[in-house]
Every structure is written in structure tokens, then in C-alpha cells.
Design a protein around this ligand. Structure first.
Ligand code: NDP
Length: 387
């Protein structure tokens, strides 16, 4: 890169396969990209320097991206070289540094559920990076930003690419004390867990009212919900299909562990009152059982569907125990609530617990990680080093 910059500033000539194809002027890197050659030789004055394409990519309009395509009814996903000219509209271009893998990303990558609503698509519902250029009044080059939701990775090219062009109104600035990697360790999963905790608080749920159950506890949303709730003084009951992870859940602050199976039995209209509140990532029979076991006046925040989208419940918990069921949506969550949630995460989430639940992969490994998360075998959070 340094060699390339030096050469480009001197107005060097570049050739491909020994035949001269143009005169390079400083700053016109995209000319080179358009030629699409794998390797270029640069002549600067009397010096000849050969620069592999991979070193050129970062100053050119070609960058690495995971792309999902649908052709002949088949779902295809691959790591590709992507041309910046093909990015979608937006007033801010972000150099993406970190992303993450959420369950929804797994669905998009595998095609298990039709999460993507436009093809081809760069998936990735989260990104964190630095503003490269902006015509939006709020953002300038160099600003550190985070983006999740707003259709990213579903209808608008997402975070699994070294660059993203997005709407400035979607972005949230990252305080200097927070790292981009840390923001993606939290990601949509952590953001959603925070929204769920805020919803319980809004309903007047306090630690004095009794324990809170978290389902799908070893997953991304679940792990962060356990850590947040325990940090706030709640007694947390973690429901998991992986009892071997009991020590992990206790290290995050879970007071009690129950087996997933306990919430998969036949749903009673009203069960034994076991908890004051719940955060449910599973849906279906699990959510129906959580509701039926919630104490009088309690609240359940529902955000997930890993166990199914249906809800085989009765109205008994609502009309006989005054239980509330609150829906949590991270995608279209309004900006003021977003800012509040990110602020709360910065103050309420234990950094050590977050680090302990987070593993790291590089962009090419996202495809395999997408498979794993859909199979339910990912523990905690995965951050993706994008560039
Ligand atoms: P993860 O895969 O990280 O976590 C899901 C966890 O659920 C698993 O780790 C597992 O935990 C449990 N699980 C997996 N399969 C099943 C099953 N068949 N039945 C019961 N439990 C199961 O996913 P995320 O944490 O990223 O997301 C969780 C859910 O929340 C997803 O449905 C996702 O779409 C949803 N979500 C919704 C958002 C919103 O805006 N509403 C935003 C973010 C996520 P264990 O082994 O401990 O039981």
C-alpha cells in the first residue's frame, strides 16, 4: 500500500502483461479497479514495483463482500470481490471494520427462512466502522459509527462487506471510550436484550418482585440478557437445552438453571407461578409455558422464534393474572430508544462477561458460522473482523 501511494502520487504509468494501458493519476484508483486484472506492474520514474491485487484492493473501488444470490430457485452464498459502484443509495459511506453473526444472519446465509427480500444481497444485520465520506449533515469522515436494523442485510446491503453505503439517519455514533469490536460483540443480539430489559423495567418489574426467566439462555440474546439482568440485581433463571453449559451461565450471573425440556411440555392455561418476568427468545410452546408460569401482574418480553413462530397459548394468564406480553423489535426501533439502549449497554453490561462470551472470526468464516448458529450450536456472541 505504501509503495502504491508513493507511486500514485508521482503520476506513474501502469501496465498489464507488459503492454501499456494508461497513465495513472494520483487519486484515480478506480481506473485500475475497472480493469479487473489480478496483478499490476507499476513504473514510477525508473523504479518498477509489482503490486499484488490484494494490496491494491483497499484503495480501490473493489472490496471483499459476502453475497447471497438466488438463481434458478437456488440459494447461493459466496465471498466475492464487489465493485463499490454497485452499492445501493445512501448519503454516508462507511468503511466497515467489524460485524457479527446473529441468528437472523444465519437464516439469511443458509436461506432457511426468507429473511432476504432483495437479491443479490450482502447480508449482515450489524456493522461498525468509520465514515469514509458523507453528505449527511450529522456525519463527517472519520466518525465512528454503529448500525443495526433498518433492513440492513435484508433489503439494504449489509455488514458483511468492507464498505457500506447507508442512510445517515440510520447511524448511531460510538463514544470514544467504546471500541468498534466491543459494539459488535453486543450487536443486534445485545441491543435486543437491552430493549427487552428496558421493556420489563417500563412495566415496573424490579428485582424485589421475584426471579426473571431467560429462554435460549446460551445464545446471543440470552447470554447478554442473563448478564444484564444479573448486573441489575435480578435473580435470573436460565433455560437451556445445553445443561453442560451451566457453569458458563452461572459465570454470567444466572442463579438457577432449568432444562429447555421443562418448557416444552403440554401448555396449561395456568401453571405454577414461578417467575415475575421473562425474556423469551424461543417462541411457540416455550413462550406459552413461560406465560402460564408467570406470577400475577408479571411481564414477558418476547423477541425470538428459534422454537417456532406460533403461540399455542390461552388468554388465561392475561385475563386471570394480569400478565403482560410485550413484543420487542430491534429493526424499526426509533432512534431515541436506540440511543438510550446503546447508552444503557455501555453502563450496564459487564465488559468482562461480554469478553468471556465472545469469540472472533474473519469475514470468510461467516458462511460456516451462519450454518452453526441456525443449528443452535453457537454459544454467546461471535464478532466478525471485516477489514
Ligand atoms: P442464538 O442462536 O445465538 O440463540 C438462540 C438460542 O436458543 C440457542 O443458543 C439455544 O440456546 C436456543 N435454541 C436453539 N434452537 C432451539 C429450539 N429449537 N428450541 C428451543 N431453544 C432453542 O440466536 P440469537 O440470540 O441471535 O437470537 C435469538 C432469537 O431472537 C432468534 O429467534 C432471533 O431471530 C431473535 N431476535 C429477534 C430480534 C428482534 O428484533 N425481535 C433481534 C435479535 C434476535 P440453549 O441451547 O441455551 O437452549
Amino acid at each position: 500500500m505504501a509503495a502504491f501511494d508513493r507511486i500514485s502520487k508521482s503520476g506513474a504509468k501502469f501496465i498489464e502483461s507488459s503492454s501499456s494501458i494508461g497513465v495513472f493519476k494520483a487519486g484515480s484508483c478506480s481506473h485500475v479497479a475497472a480493469l479487473g486484472a489480478a496483478r499490476y506492474t507499476f513504473y514510477a520514474k525508473e523504479h518498477q514495483v509489482e503490486v499484488p491485487r490484494v494490496e491494491l484492493r483497499c484503495c480501490m473501488s473493489i472490496f471483499k463482500a459476502i453475497v447471497v444470490e438466488k438463481s434458478d430457485g437456488r440459494h447461493k452464498v459466496a465471498l466475492t470481490d464487489f465493485d463499490e459502484a454497485k452499492l445501493m443509495g445512501g448519503d454516508v459511506t462507511v468503511r466497515v471494520e467489524w460485524s457479527t453473526v446473529n441468528y437472523k444472519d444465519g437464516l439469511a446465509i443458509t436461506g432457511k427462512t426468507p429473511v432476504i427480500r432483495r437479491f443479490p444481497m450482502i447480508p449482515g444485520i450489524d456493522l461498525a466502522g468509520t465514515v469514509e465520506s458523507s453528505s449527511h449533515p450529522q456525519w463527517k469522515r472519520g466518525d465512528r459509527v454503529v448500525l443495526n436494523g433498518w433492513g440492513l442485510g435484508e433489503t439494504h446491503f449489509g455488514g458483511y462487506a468492507e464498505k457500506a453505503r447507508v442512510k445517515g439517519n440510520w447511524l448511531v455514533g460510538l463514544p470514544a471510550r467504546n471500541s468498534l469490536r466491543g459494539a459488535m460483540a453486543i450487536g443486534t443480539a445485545g441491543f435486543t436484550a437491552m430493549l427487552a430489559v428496558m421493556a420489563l423495567e417500563h412495566q415496573g418489574i424490579t428485582p424485589q418482585l421475584g426471579p426473571v426467566v431467560v429462554t435460549g439462555a446460551t445464545g446471543g440474546v440470552g447470554s447478554i440478557a442473563v448478564a444484564l439482568l444479573s448486573g441489575l440485581g435480578f435473580s435470573v433463571i436460565a433455560s437451556t437445552g445445553r445443561p453442560s453449559e451451566a457453569d458458563y451461565l452461572k459465570s454470567l450471573g444466572a442463579r438457577g438453571i432449568i432444562e429447555r425440556q421443562e418448557l416444552l411440555g403440554a401448555v396449561k392455561s395456568l401453571g405454577r407461578e414461578r417467575w415475575a418476568a421473562g425474556i423469551d427468545t424461543v417462541g411457540s410452546t416455550t413462550l406459552a409455558n413461560v406465560l402460564s408460569m408467570t406470577r400475577y401482574g408479571g411481564t414477558v418480553a418476547a423477541c425470538g422464534l428459534v422454537g417456532g413462530m406460533d403461540l399455542p397459548a390461552t388468554v388465561a394468564p392475561f385475563i386471570l393474572r394480569g400478565v403482560s406480553l410485550i413484543g420487542i423489535d430491534s429493526v424499526m426501533c426509533p432512534l431515541n430508544k436506540r440511543r438510550e439502549a446503546w447508552k444503557r449497554l455501555a453502563s450496564d453490561l459487564d465488559a468482562g462477561k461480554l469478553a468471556a462470551m465472545t469469540s472472533e472470526i474473519d469475514l470468510p468464516n461467516v458462511i460456516e458460522a451462519g450454518d452453526r448458529i441456525v443449528q443452535g450450536s453457537v454459544r454467546g456472541r461471535i464478532v466478525v473482523r471485516v477489514s
